[in-house]
Design a protein around this ligand. Sequence first.
Ligand code: ACO
Length: 324
Amino acid sequence: MFSRIIGTGAFVPEKTVTNDDLARIMDTNDEWIRSRTGIRERHLFEEDAKDKTQTAAIKASERALVMAEEKGLKRSDIELIIVATCTPDHAFPATACVLADRLGIGSAAAFDLSLACTGFLAAFSTASAYIGSGMYKNVLVVGVDVMSKLLDFGDRSTSILFGDGAGAVVLSGDERFRGSCESGVLGSIMRSDGSRAGVLSCDSIYKNEDRGGVLHMDGRAVFEFAVREVPKLIKELCEGVGSVPSYYILHQANYRIIEAVAKRLREPMDKFPYNIDRFANTTAATIPILLDELFRSGRLREGDEVVLSGFGAGLSLGAIYLRL
Ligand code: ACO
């Protein structure tokens, strides 16, 4: 059975923080941030907001479910919820279990997984494998991160890069396409290199360990890794599928990374939609937020072929070839 996306939704908190706002609290400026990253502004939760990750996940999921319901899905048809996040509100329970209850789908199987910026890719491919196996038919997949929980606004090299947000998709098995290649996930590759884990990491969140929640990043090493490995992976995927997509929907970490990937793939920039300028890097949420924008604006339509690709901490990376 092939999986198709029948609903998408996104949420970012109301508060917009511009580069000029950041320049008022740290030694940086709009020109540096825009020219090095493409970011103009990001949305962040108010510091004292409660249950931020759950709130964002619920709002994005509600929107995705409403879209899926318009296409005939009943909420009770959702059998599995997978939430990708590295910034849950609690070590446990899993965000997905709370989400199931809050969305009125209390009996669904539900779990979280964590792979930072590659998290949505991992969740999406897990969901499509479950659907492909026939075990579940309708799955809600959520990418959510509240990076402001981890940011140190005394560190200008990392704090300018991130935003808070959530994106969700409803994936549904379509039996009309059983055994054919007319729709769904046509290919998927995921890789990791834990020998380079120290390039991008966050110390423990446990209270008896002293450097809780501190983000470490060798920005240049991550940049080089993405620019070298992502085009290679995408090429391998497209060659395996034997086709070239209409769009490449990349994790939004840095506009210059997107440009460099396009250049290495010898593809025009208009095949690489982006929104990093408005939302910055929302970690597991970048790809589903962008997917939601593209579906709602009509830029993505049924039958289009797209490659989704995520990369980041692990180091890890993944790419999925989809026919919508
Ligand atoms: N404002 C002004 N100056 C700054 C800032 C800032 N916000 N940050 C750093 N600088 C300075 C540095 O101190 C340095 O100054 P120096 O030359 O006097 O030492 C200079 O700017 C250049 O710094 P670099 O770090 O070399 O700048 P670079 O061009 O590499 O850009 C950046 C840095 C934007 C972080 C880039 O490396 C990048 O985007 N890397 C990828 C990051 C990424 O994708 N991370 C994924 C995280 S997602 C996840 O999995 C959780």
